[in-house]
Design a protein around this ligand. Structure first.
Ligand SMILES: *[C@@H]1O[C@H](CO)[C@@H](O)[C@H](O)[C@H]1NC(C)=O
Length: 233
């Protein structure tokens, strides 16, 4: 058990190291995703009328990759994702991480697939760590020179803490869940002494002047890096 816990922590640490780098292609639009439910031991059930778009196998519990598959489904057809872990009661010691895609929003009551499929060797599949995320608005994503100066832009709605990872989708989600938000400015402070700071996700409402106001390049030895403008489409 202790061994497993250690392994899990180091996998999570590895995951956050990956997530610390920008996870979207430069200038690729980002989608806001909202966690609907987490920690279920059942997966969303496919069937007639369920708007099932197929599944992908992930190499780990890689939520960003699953969101990426949903983002690139044809013409925005994907509206919901379900990420889960499949294990086996017999035989294979392998663990499979799956990402299923759906053409409509899903909720916990859609998660009626409890696994239990016959593995063909007397064992059954088991589902755990099942999480559903629904997709919100799409945001265009353009690089800026510096951070937007709130005093110049106006319609400033404040900053949202999106955690330690530079994650445009999380910043888009913060805008999506804030009334009147139209623009999000995601950037990261960097200093020689401290390296990367926590990213800043600053929100602005409709009517903010986001053109030519990206003139905050930092102060002292703190530099503004990776500044981007996310605009709700
Ligand atoms: C937006 O801000 C820039 C930079 O301060 C300024 O040059 C421009 O005139 C402003 N645009 C509007 C519409 O206020």
């Amino acid at each position: 058990m202790i061994g497993f816990t250690k392994l899990f922590i180091s996998a999570a640490a590895a995951a956050s190291a990956v997530a610390a780098a920008p996870i979207v292609k430069r200038d690729a639009p980002v989608s806001a995703y909202k966690v609907v439910v987490d920690g279920l031991s059942s997966a969303v059930q496919a069937g007639p009328g369920s708007n099932y778009l197929g599944f992908r196998t992930l190499s780990w519990y890689d939520i960003a990759a699953c969101q990426g598959y949903c983002n690139t489904e044809s013409s925005g057809s994907c509206q919901s994702i379900n990420i889960f872990r499949e294990t086996y009661t017999e035989g294979s010691s392998g663990v499979t991480y799956k990402c299923s895609l759906w053409g409509e929003h899903k909720s916990a009551s859609d998660a009626t697939n409890y696994g239990q499929q016959d593995q063909g060797n007397g064992g059954l599949t088991q589902i755990s760590w099942s999480q559903i995320q629904n997709r919100g608005s799409t945001y265009s994503n353009t690089p800026l020179k510096g951070a937007i100066l709130a005093s110049d832009a106006g319609h400033y709605l404040g900053k949202k803490d999106i955690g330690p990872a530079y994650d445009p989708a999380a910043c888009a989600q913060a805008c999506d869940s804030t009334d009147g938000c139209k623009y999000a400015n995601l950037w990261q402070g960097w200093s020689q002494a401290g390296g990367n700071d926590r990213p800043t996700c600053a929100l602005f409402g409709d009517g903010a002047n986001v053109s030519g106001t990206d003139t905050n390049y930092g102060q002292g030895d703190l530099y503004v890096t990776n500044s981007r403008l996310l605009t709700k489409q």
